[in-house]
Design a protein around this ligand. Structure first.
Ligand SMILES: [Ca+2]
Ligand SMILES: [Ca+2]
Length: 203
């Protein structure tokens, strides 16, 4: 949904302020037209501002939280399926070494999903690996980042690696980033899954 309001200043400078709201993000665009020594001039500036959601409470699947931001190497990050192909919603059930997970994030490196926790959560848990849809191919790392500081990074995992269970103390985190790296060799087949990704938070 896009809400746009345009406010025009009554001054002769043609000052215009446009506010656009897209879900929880706000985009502020400001433009001014003016005359300087007889020449027409114009200036504009755009700022993106995020409206913070309420921090999560209890034990919550990360896939159910609003994304503060999300970048992905092939199409969008998928909720509760593998990455699939480039289209949204074309993933398969998240599957790591034959085990199917109903919940999680399906990504393709290089990917970074940020969620706002507001300091209310203490622990992050997930099982990570390259989704079975890539066979033995793919090579990725998984990093858990607290307010810009990396708390843990896995070794490079390929499609034939054992899955890794993550259990990370995230006490006090405002913004949690879940980052999938490409293992240093490009991002082909790098379908990294954050299976059963959950945060444990205060009620
Ligand atoms: Ca997809
Ligand atoms: Ca790779």
């Amino acid at each position: 949904m896009l809400i746009e309001r345009s406010l025009s200043c009554a001054s002769s400078h043609g000052l215009q302020l446009v506010i656009r709201r897209v879900q929880s993000s706000f985009n502020f665009f400001r433009a001014a037209d003016y005359q300087q020594r007889g020449d027409s001039q114009d200036l504009s500036d755009t700022r993106d501002v995020h409206a913070l959601p309420s921090p999560p409470s209890g034990e919550v699947a990360v896939s159910s939280l609003p994304f503060f931001s999300a970048t992905n190497g092939w199409g969008p990050v998928e909720r509760n399926t593998s990455n699939g192909e480039q289209a949204a919603g074309d993933g398969q059930p998240i599957t790591l070494n034959g085990v199917v997970y109903a919940s999680g994030l399906g990504t393709n490196a290089v990917s970074d999903v940020a969620v706002y926790l507001g300091g209310n959560c203490t622990r992050f848990t997930a099982t990570v690996g390259v989704d079975d849809e890539q066979g033995a191919a793919g090579s990725v790392t998984f990093s858990v980042v607290k307010d810009g500081t990396t708390l843990t990074t896995t070794p490079v995992l390929t499609g034939s690696s054992a899955s890794i269970d993550l259990n990370v103390d995230i006490t006090g985190t405002q913004l949690l980033d879940l980052v999938v790296g490409d293992g240093g060799n490009g991002n082909g087949n790098d379908h990294g899954d954050w299976a059963n990704a959950e945060v444990q938070c205060a009620d």
